[in-house]
Ligand binder design. Structure first.
Ligand code: SR1
Length: 325
């Protein structure tokens, strides 16, 4: 790989080895995140080693050790279980390897944390739910504890319920696996059948929302339900704008931009430049109405209309090529 003209060492030479170690690889969000990371790595002449995520904490831990043995200069850890990563990440840091974490709380002052401003994301989704439904409704809630972004969004849901006593959580369900949408759909079907008075579902992960939408279609109740989510992809946009869709709003970043930001943060760390410990990529509210009116059909069309979907100014430097999409 070629170096970048005018870049500080070691990026002036190219071929800097970096590892991307994911906990989850399945699903639109994680595929786009990886694609964005790969595009940014290529632009920086980085030799990126991608370790596939299979929701296996022991395997991810092993992959960190493998990356250390490969002689990488940096590691991006994307999601994961903090308890099984802490000591191996410390081993990497002790060897001078720079580590950046996306959506996993490694609680190490040496490790910059990337996130999508999850509190703001959940707040915007719930504000839209109130705009559409008022402050009294029976809700379904999709949540799996132990994932940093979902836990942060859950804090907002708890506060929201405490502040809006008319909002009643009638059912809670969710599954994160390599078949998140279909497994969540099975659970949603049971929950919605048992609670026919649910009119709103807060599903703050696009795979969750897709599962609930599937369940509503199977039960023939799509016209009685409104789904509020996180995340966006081309497939999600199509599901949101299709006629009769109950998926009425999502709050999202472009995951490819988040992937690029994660690589840039690692590159800055390797170059010995200043990196904030907390790096946020701000999400945008996308409503079904807004998407339909704008005639947006893909993430590329979204990026052409909303600047935040094509780039972020987080973790940038004059020597880092940032225009990727
Ligand atoms: C299982 S955690 C899923 C979430 O991770 C990222 O933060 C995405 O936004 C997704 O919703």
């Amino acid at each position: 790989a070629e170096g970048v003209a005018g870049a500080p060492a070691p990026f002036d030479k190219g071929g800097v080895k970096l590892a991307l170690i994911s906990y989850i690889s399945a699903g639109d969000f994680f595929q786009a995140y990886q694609a964005g990371a790969e595009a940014q790595a290529k632009a920086l002449g980085i030799d990126l080693r991608v370790f596939p995520g299979r929701q296996d904490a022991a395997e991810q831990r092993e992959q960190v050790l493998q990356a250390i043995n490969l002689g990488v200069e940096g590691i991006v850890v994307d999601h994961g279980v903090p308890e099984s990563l802490g000591d191996v990440v410390q081993q990497a840091l002790d060897k001078g390897i720079k580590v950046v974490a996306f959506d996993v709380n490694l609680n190490n002052p040496k490790v910059p944390q990337v996130e999508q401003s999850d509190h703001a994301l959940a707040r915007q989704a719930l504000e839209q739910a109130v705009k559409d439904n008022g402050t009294s409704f029976n809700a379904g809630y999709v949540y799996v504890a132990g994932f940093a972004p979902l836990d942060r969004r859950n804090e907002v849901w708890d506060t929201f319920k405490a502040e809006n006593k008319g909002v009643v959580e009638k059912a809670r369900f969710g599954n994160v696996s390599d078949t998140t949408a279909t497994s969540t759909a099975d659970q949603a079907k049971a929950a919605l059948r048992a609670n026919p008075d649910i009119t709103v579902v807060f599903a703050p992960y696009d795979e969750f929302a897709r599962g609930v939408k599937l369940a509503a279609a199977d039960l023939g109740i799509s016209d009685k339900l409104k789904i509020y989510s996180a995340d966006v992809s081309t497939a999600d946009i199509q599901e949101i704008v299709e006629e009769g869709s109950p998926w009425v709003a999502t709050v999202a970043t472009n995951p490819a931009v988040v992937g690029a930001v994660s690589i840039r943060a690692a590159a800055l760390e390797i170059a010995g430049q200043e990196v904030p410990r907390q790096i946020t990529v701000e999400p945008t509210l996308l409503t079904q109405k807004g998407l339909r009116e704008a005639g947006v059909k893909s993430i590329e069309e979204l990026a052409a209309k909303i600047p935040a979907f094509s780039a972020s100014d987080a973790a940038t430097a004059s020597w880092i090529p940032a225009k990727l999409f």
